[in-house]
Structure formats: C-alpha cells, structure tokens
Design a protein around this ligand. Sequence first.
Ligand code: UDP
Length: 419
Amino acid sequence: MKADDHGGSVLLERYAQVAGSEVIHHLEQLVEPLKGAKVVHVNSTREGGGVAEILQKLIPLKRALGIDASWEVISGNPEFYQCTKAFHNGLQGTGSPVSRQLLDAYEKVNAANAEELRATLEAADFVVIHDPQPAPLLSHCPGRRGRWLWRCHIDASHPYRAVWKYLRGWVSDYDASIFSIPEFAQPLPHPQYIVAPSIDPLSEKNRELPEDDLQAVRERFQIDPELPMILQVSRYDRFKDPLGVVQACQLAAKLTPLQLVLAGGGASDDPEGEAVLEEVHQAVAGDPRIRVLLLPADAHHTINALQRVADIVLQKSIREGFGLTVSEAMWKAKPVIGGDTGGIRLQVFDHYTGFLVRSPEGAALRIRYLLHRRELLREMGQRARRFVGENFLITRHLREYLAMFLSLRNGTRGRMELF
Ligand code: UDP
C-alpha cells in the first residue's frame, strides 16, 4: 500500500483526527526520504503480550505512510521457549544459569528460522529484531544489505550477568539497539536509542465504546455496578505480581467494599502462564469479590470495556519493560496504581496521574485513598488521559522510528535520546 492509496490516506486521516493534523504532516515530511524502504520486524509471537500488540498497529501505519513494512514471526519448540523465558527472567534480574541443552535449542531454532527468512531479511533496508528470541538471526544473514536494530522491550536494568553476557554476543554486531528508558541501556559497541512504546488510540483495545458495550461486559462477568471495581490486565506472569494484587485488594476490602477483576491470557511464547494462574486461583480461594478471567488472545474489545468499567486500574509489577496496560488504562481516564519500577515510572507520575507503590500494603492504602476521594480520582484520570495523548500514542512512536532510520542511514555516532 502506498501513502497515496485510498486505504492509506483514510487511515492517516483517522489518526489526524485523534493526534492532530500537524502530527500527521510531520510524519509525512519525515517519511519522504524513506518512501519504499523495506522494513522487516521480527518477533516470536503474533498474539499475546505488548510486542505483538504494538506490531499489529505499527505495521499498517508505516505502510500507510509509504514504507514497505512487514512483520515476520519465528516459531520454536518447547525447549526454545523455555530458554527464551529464562532469558526474559534473567534480563529482568531473577536469573539462574541456562543449560547448554537449552542454549543449543535456542541456536538451532534460530538457524532453522533463518533458512525461511534469509532472503527477506538480507534484502531489507532495515530489520528490527524484537527481544532476545530472534537475536541470532543476524549471524545467519551474511549477505545483509540493510541496517539491523535490536529492540529490547524488557527491563534490562539489572540483568543476571551470565544471561546478558551470552546475549550480548548475539546483539553486539547489530547497528544499533533500542531500549524503552535510559536505565535499561547497556554497554554495547553501537548507538543506543531510547524510545518508549505506545498505544494505538484507534485499535479495538482503545477506541471509544458505547455504554451498551460496558453494560454487556458487566453482565457477562457479573460485575456489581454498585461496588467499586479494581482491575489488573496482565499475562499470568510473576513479574506482574498477581498475588500481590490479590493481597492488596483483600487488605483494602477490609475497610472499603470493592471487587477485583484480574484479566489475563497467555502468550504463545510464555510457558509459565499456567503455573502462575494456578497460584492465583489458590490465593483467591473462592473469594466472591474476586474474578479471575482467562481471556483469549483476541479479547481486545472485552479488555477495552473492562478498563472503561473499572474505577482504578492496578499494574503492580515488580519489573516492567513498559507496561502498555498502564497507558491503555490512562487513555481511558483511569488513575493507575503501579509498581514503582521500569517503564511504569515513565507513565505514572506519583500523585499526579496515579500512584507508585512498592508493596501490597502500599497499593491497598492508595486504593482506599482514591476510593474515598472521588473528585481527585476523576481529576487524576483526566490528567492521565492528557499525559498519554501527549506522550504515548503510536504517532509519536512512529516519528521516533522514522528519525532513527534516518539517523542510521546517515551514519550517527553515540547515543541519542529521542524521547
Ligand atoms: N493483553 C491482552 N490480553 C491479556 C493480557 C494482556 O490483550 O489477557 C494485552 C494488554 O492489553 C497489553 C498487552 O497485552 O496491550 C500487554 O502489554 P504489556 O506491555 O502491558 O505487558 P507484556 O505482556 O508485554 O509484558
């Protein structure tokens, strides 16, 4: 699709209505020297988790602007996913050594995927490899003609050394890497860019919904319209601290009546979800104030409605690369009580767009505080929406990608912060 194709210009017009026409004009100017460039993004899952969520929206918008963008997904076997989950845990600081057997599986899966993808990747002007899963692909593409970027979505601020040392071996040869906040950047022999992720205001996850849809979701999940509702949307992952959320809400509920909805699903590249979900069920132990939902990967409309129905959204992670769920909730004018960590700090300004907390007790305190100050809750929500509108929409994200591509093509040196 070219920018002047009807579909592309209709899409741009729709973004102009949300982000402002000057934002779209700026993108159109910036993209001029990149028109027709082949850009390939590669990750390891088409659904589930923030990376897939971003790519689903970023690729069509790039295409609408005239970039020949595409998205490839590598496939693996259980040992591969076990290995890459260990990398994920290791980068986020809770690592243990990864066995040679798992590393072999990782390397073999990448070699096999490279056979399928080599022609596409070698021909691309820019290749963006997301997270550790496909990182070795570069080493299988000796005939590459474009620039390769490694995009790390993970909180790599305090990596488990052995895991980072191994991964650095694959990542060092890239032309650049991208991290979400400066604290995650690592010593690497190439330019590092700091780019925050984004949400798409037009997506099924974030578009405005009629009241009927909200009512339908209340009925479907038996949400009591008379009781304040707290929500956390997350994969069932220990870094998201679902047990801490249950504890916080049970503590808060001792003094303030409320209900909690935990909404989550799995990602096809996350093998630990089932075990964590089981731990959550045990902790909830049939508490009638708590609903634990296991949603399919395409439940975007349902999650949108739940976020709109909630009074307060929690994202009580103990490590978080960014936390798209935070911006999603803020865009719906909800204050977020978030873990004081990683990318959540970029979005939640303590006492302004929500609260940062470090324990279930802290979260319980803030839940009660907000539920007893309805006017403040509303004002915080409005500020949160404005803040996301100014900082975390896909149009800003795309502008930074374009600036990065241009600076790489023109040969930049050193680190450049775009955010
Ligand atoms: N999400 C979803 N279904 C779920 C759980 C999460 O669609 O059951 C979405 C969520 O709305 C967000 C993304 O997946 O868009 C999660 O991104 P985030 O950055 O919050 O966390 P990640 O899963 O990437 O660690």
